[in-house]
Design a protein around this ligand. Structure first.
Ligand SMILES: CC(C)(COP(=O)(O)OP(=O)(O)OC[C@H]1O[C@@H](n2cnc3c(N)ncnc32)[C@H](O)[C@@H]1OP(=O)(O)O)[C@@H](O)C(=O)NCCC(=O)NCCS
Length: 201
């Protein structure tokens, strides 16, 4: 498997592939997202203006991806909670989504994609911290699959810590057809401390 880096207009060539990954993977718990291709194209084309995308390829097939952009370029719904908490958005790089098709999970590829994007951001030297978001669901959520592994474990394993008391409210339509705001927890990791707390297994 290989990792392929995209930025600028080259992202546009992969919009439908990326949209396909998001639309299928985000149907899963905890997202339960009922997305539309047109919305996905619009959202993902933002990464062609600012930001970057890494694709994981098995032969010619795109089997995973990670996206990111400076937090200050993200939507207000993500930027405002940082400002409100006294954190300067300009200092953060936002990891947007990390996606792998189910047969390719638990093989280290998610970790490799995240490491590679973090290294790239660190080399650019423009941000002091990485950040990402996870969706909060109640423990007893009826859609939670048996044996579900919370993504928070993966975040901690990679050295991210929760930004206590700071959340983003993001709306999307779920598979039941209802559009509601979800509460997302926000996580941070210092670029300088990128070697801490990772891969302890
Ligand atoms: C979360 C995800 C990116 C991890 O990538 P991966 O290649 O499977 O992970 P790695 O092999 O590098 O690392 C394995 C770790 O991920 C965990 N993991 C695997 N699948 C997972 C899943 N669906 N949800 C949460 N964690 C998962 C494993 O339990 C393992 O945890 P550990 O290190 O504490 O033992 C991938 O499983 C995935 O695409 N999940 C669905 C989409 C998603 O939730 N993305 C994150 C937010 S955008």
């Amino acid at each position: 498997m290989t990792i392929f880096e995209l930025s600028g207009e080259r992202v546009l060539d992969y919009l439908d592939l990326l949209a396909g990954l998001r639309l299928s993977i985000f149907r899963e718990y905890p997202y339960l997202y009922d997305g539309q291709l047109e919305d996905e194209r619009r959202y993902l084309s933002g990464y062609a203006v600012t930001g970057q995308v890494l694709l994981a390829l098995d032969e010619e097939q795109v089997i995973g991806a990670i996206t990111g952009m400076p937090l200050a370029m993200e939507s207000e719904a993500f930027v405002t909670p940082f400002r409100a908490a006294g954190l300067a958005p300009e200092e953060f790089y936002y990891i947007g989504e990390l996606l792998l098709l189910p047969p390719y999970r638990n093989l280290g590829w998610g970790s490799r994609l995240l490491d590679r994007l973090e290294q790239s951001v660190a080399q650019q030297g423009a941000c002091r911290s990485y950040c990402l978001a996870t969706v909060n669901r109640p423990e007893g959520h009826p859609q939670r699959p048996a044996g579900y592994v919370p993504i928070e474990q993966f975040c901690r394993r990679h050295g991210y810590t929760l930004i206590e008391g700071v959340t983003a409210q993001i709306p999307w339509r779920e598979l039941d057809g209802k559009s509601t705001h979800k509460t997302l927890s926000l996580w941070r990791k210092s670029v300088d401390g990128a070697g801490e707390g990772r891969h302890s297994s």
